[in-house]
Design a protein around this ligand. Sequence first.
Ligand code: SME
Length: 154
Amino acid sequence: MQEPTDYASLGRQLAALLDTRDWLTNAAQTSAFLMQSLEGLNWVGFYLQRQPETLILGPFQGKPACNPIPFSRGVCGAAARSRETQRVDDVHAVADHIACDADSRSELVVPIVVEGHLWGVLDIDSPQPTRFSAEDQAGIERLCQTFVSACDFG
Ligand code: SME
């Protein structure tokens, strides 16, 4: 288990880091920031809804990943369909999980909704089972709000 993460501090650091309104730059910076700041991760990145019912790989940190992902499949697809965060303690127990990296054991996927439209999802993977607590989920959801607030998506 990890030490509790100071998400208030991470939120201040992320807000200071995102000093442009460009969503592409900010998405790249956010994925790098999370990879550097959170312990025990093997992949962090964005999938973007740029086609109907489909997620396209966006800025990320980690190994090359699966692309595209239809809304009908995987943990990312479930987050996109439901617009609810998916927190998976053991991806091996999820039949629908898309294994981009056999090392991944737990996963957190946060939908990112901008002005009522699903813009994409933030996907975070860990090689540790049960890496993400409810506190991590709440903290990372707040960091996603910091990201959204920093960007122009037009
Ligand atoms: N595991 C995800 C696919 C994306 S990779 O983890 C980067 C899923 O089941 O949707």
